[in-house]
Each structure stands twice: as C-alpha cells, then as structure tokens.
Design a protein around this ligand. Structure first.
Ligand SMILES: NC(=O)c1ccc[n+]([C@@H]2O[C@H](COP(=O)([O-])OP(=O)(O)OC[C@H]3O[C@@H](n4cnc5c(N)ncnc54)[C@H](O)[C@@H]3O)[C@@H](O)[C@H]2O)c1
Length: 316
C-alpha cells in the first residue's frame, strides 16, 4: 500500500513510519518539523520506498500534496500534543488539532483516499469515568481543550465516512512512551524522569503522586496502526489502545529509577490544572476487531526507553 503519515517526524509518527516500511509499504511522511525532528526519520530516509514532504497540515497546499501522492491510506498523527498549551492557548490547539484534522479529511476526500486512521486520545477524551478501565461505549467527557479537540476530530471523521464513504478508524491512545519521545517537552513523563535521572538532576511530581495513567509502549501503538490500514479494518470504530493497567506516578517514578539505577527520591510540587486523577483503557474491542493487544510489559518498555535515552544523551 501507499500510506501517507502526517506528523511523521514525531515520536509516534516516525515509529509508525518505520513499522510500515518494514511491512513492505510505500510511505510518504508529512511534517512541518515544528516539534518533530528529521533525525527520527534517519532510518526511514535510507529506504527507497520512503519520501518526506515538509508541509503544514493546516495549509492551503495540503489538497494538492495529497492529489500528487494519491495515498490509499492516511495515518493522521500531526498535532500539538500538550494539554497545558491547549489550556493556555485554546485557539492555537483548535487550529492545529481541529482545523488540521478537517483539512486532512477534506484533502483525503478530494484525493480518493480509501482509509483515514485518526489519532485520538483515550487518556483524555473520557474525562474522569466512573468505572475503569473505560470502554469505547462510555460517552466522551473532555475536561481540557486538547481532549475536546481530539473528540471533535472524531466527529469530523464520522462525517467523512457517512457522507462520502471514506473508511475511518480513530485510535484512542493511552499514554504512549518509548524511544524518540521528546524529553525536553512538557508531555512524556517517562522521558522527562529518565533524562533527569540520567543527568543527575532532581525529578518533580506534581500533586501527591497518586494520579494514575495507562502506559502503552510505542511499538505496540505502531502495531495498532498497521492493523488498521485496510478500509475494512475497524471501519467506523474508535479503538482504545492501551493496556488496561493503571500505574501511579509514584510507582512509575520507582520503576524508572530502577531502570536507570538511581535512588527513588522525587520532589513533590503543587498539582496542575487539567490533570485527570485516574485513567486506564479497556482494549477488548481492539482485540476483537483487529486482533491487537499490547505485548511489551512496562518494565521491559522502560528498559528499552532508558537504553535509548542513554544513547541519545551520549550523542554529541
Ligand atoms: N504521546 C502520547 O502519549 C499520545 C497519547 C494520545 C494521543 N497522542 C497523539 O499522537 C499523535 C502523535 O503524538 P506524538 O507523541 O508523536 O507527538 P510529537 O509532537 O512527537 O509528534 C507530532 C508531530 O506533528 C508535527 N506537527 C505538528 N503540527 C503540525 C502541522 N501543523 N503540520 C504538520 N505537522 C505538524 C510535529 O512536528 C511532530 O513531528 C498526536 O496526534 C497526539 O495527539 C499522543
């Protein structure tokens, strides 16, 4: 297949790109390099079946680009990913994450794309559900502008499926971690803890450390994209992609400290707005529809992530 990946130079997009190339597909990566790095695509760039296009998914030129590339499937990962940026600048978040998604849907329709796989956020769209792990049939209840934008993207996706017959799947990802996650950003607590510990700096936990998240390894997420590429795969569905396991920040801190080989001594700071207390995702539907389930246990994923962080910190 010919697959166009938006956000291809990012943490998850580059991992998905590598996976699709390994599976024998042609991949065109699209990214404006606002947070993504070409370094993430160094391996892909050596493959003759890969091409890179520097472009903004909110831009006027997107339809012409899609028309030139004529992809069979589009994986839409380009986004601003920081909940706090969405709270401080909701218009910026909506421009990138809502208008960007509409622009991708529209360009896909015009170019005759058969399948769009959208990246939603299972870690935020359900708000604070009464029962955990939360399944897809629970109504969305966003508690941040970022979550609202992701849920809105799903609604637009549904319009393009029902009105124009484009097949669609939304992958509602839990907290994704692994190699290439940006340790300098505000999101990605494992990369932030791991980098600070490797550099001998103190680590900070916001709140009392009892908030919990569902951490899924990036390689498993790439597998979910690979299994969603065909038009008939989970068409019209949102699939939760996580592990169903809740891990508290305190527990996570201990595990990262163990993987790095340092003392487990976090500093505690005031909690931040827009942070949910608890979340974990029931991923049974993904198993029933596309045969997906997580395969990398947390401590194994942390070991691989810390190995990567160590190597990247040693790079000049
Ligand atoms: N990391 C997580 O835990 C997580 C969880 C749920 C959902 N997601 C979603 O997964 C996707 C990828 O996230 P990530 O963690 O890899 O983040 P990332 O920041 O590494 O990747 C996003 C990529 O999109 C690019 N981009 C941003 N705005 C763009 C624009 N206007 N035009 C073109 N490219 C643009 C960036 O340069 C970057 O390469 C996002 O849609 C994010 O919302 C991530």
């Amino acid at each position: 297949m010919r697959i166009l990946v938006t956000g291809a130079a990012g943490f998850i997009g580059s991992t998905v790109t590598d996976r699709m190339l390994a599976d024998g597909h042609d991949v065109v990566g699209v990214d404006d390099l606002s947070t993504g790095k070409l370094q993430n695509l160094a391996a892909a760039a050596t493959d003759s079946r890969f091409a890179f296009e520097k472009a903004d998914v909110t831009g006027d030129g997107l339809a012409a680009l899609f028309d030139r590339v004529r992809p069979e499937a589009v994986f839409h990962l380009a986004a601003q990913i920081d909940v706090r940026i969405s709270i401080n600048d909701p218009l910026l978040d909506a421009r990138l994450n809502v208008l960007g998604t509409i622009n991708v849907c529209e360009a896909s329709r015009l170019a005759g794309v058969a399948k769009i796989v959208h990246t939603s956020s299972g870690g935020s769209i359900y708000g604070s559900p009464a029962v955990l792990p939360v399944a897809e049939d629970v109504p969305v209840a966003p508690e941040s502008q970022y979550a609202a934008g992701k849920a809105a993207g799903e609604l637009y996706l549904n319009v393009y499926r029902t009105t124009y017959g484009v097949s669609t799947t939304a992958l509602a990802l839990a907290n994704v971690y692994g190699p290439r996650q940006d340790p300098h950003g505000e999101a990605g607590v494992i990369a932030i803890f791991g980098t600070a510990m490797l550099e001998g700096r103190p680590t900070k936990i916001f709140g009392d450390g009892t908030t919990s998240r569902d951490y899924v390894f990036v390689g498993d997420v790439a597998d979910a994209f690979a299994r969603s590429a065909l038009p008939e795969a989970a068409n019209g569905r949102r699939l939760n992609i996580g592990t169903g396991v809740e891990t508290t920040v305190l527990d996570l801190h201990s595990r990262v400290a163990r993987a790095v080989g340092v003392a487990d001594e976090p500093l505690l700071a005031a909690p931040r707005a827009g942070e949910l207390q608890r979340i974990s995702l029931d991923c049974g539907l993904a198993e029933r529809t596309i045969g997906w389930r997580p395969t990398v246990p947390l401590d194994e994923g942390l070991r691989r992530t810390v190995d990567w962080l160590r190597t990247s910190l040693e790079r000049p």
